[in-house]
Design a protein around this ligand. Structure first.
Ligand SMILES: [Zn+2]
Length: 93
């Protein structure tokens, strides 16, 4: 009888080890990126708090209506930004 059980056991063990190693590394990578993302998120909050320009229209007060975005456009097609009502200024929360 060909008994390959020792080999099978070895292979199973190897797979398990690799799975563990993989999960460990994923955990480390997640943590590293979480820390970096968190730092940027914190900075973003502070900057957004200081910012006085409307993000929606990028401070211009004007936007292109959605349906004309693909068409060649002229300045006359711009409409007042619905968020800042054309002022270009951020509405305080
Ligand atoms: Zn706006």
């Amino acid at each position: 009888m060909l008994n390959l059980l020792p080999v099978i056991k070895e292979i199973k063990k190897k797979i398990e080890e690799l799975e563990e190693e993989k999960n460990e590394r994923i955990k480390e990578i997640n943590q590293q990126y979480e820390e970096r993302i968190q730092r940027y998120s914190n900075a973003l909050l502070v900057i957004q708090e200081l910012n006085e320009a409307c993000e929606y229209c990028e401070g211009t007060g004007k936007i292109l209506p959605k349906d004309s975005e693909l068409e060649p456009y002229y300045t006359s097609q711009f409409v007042n930004c619905p968020v800042c009502l054309g002022t270009g200024r951020k509405i305080p929360d």
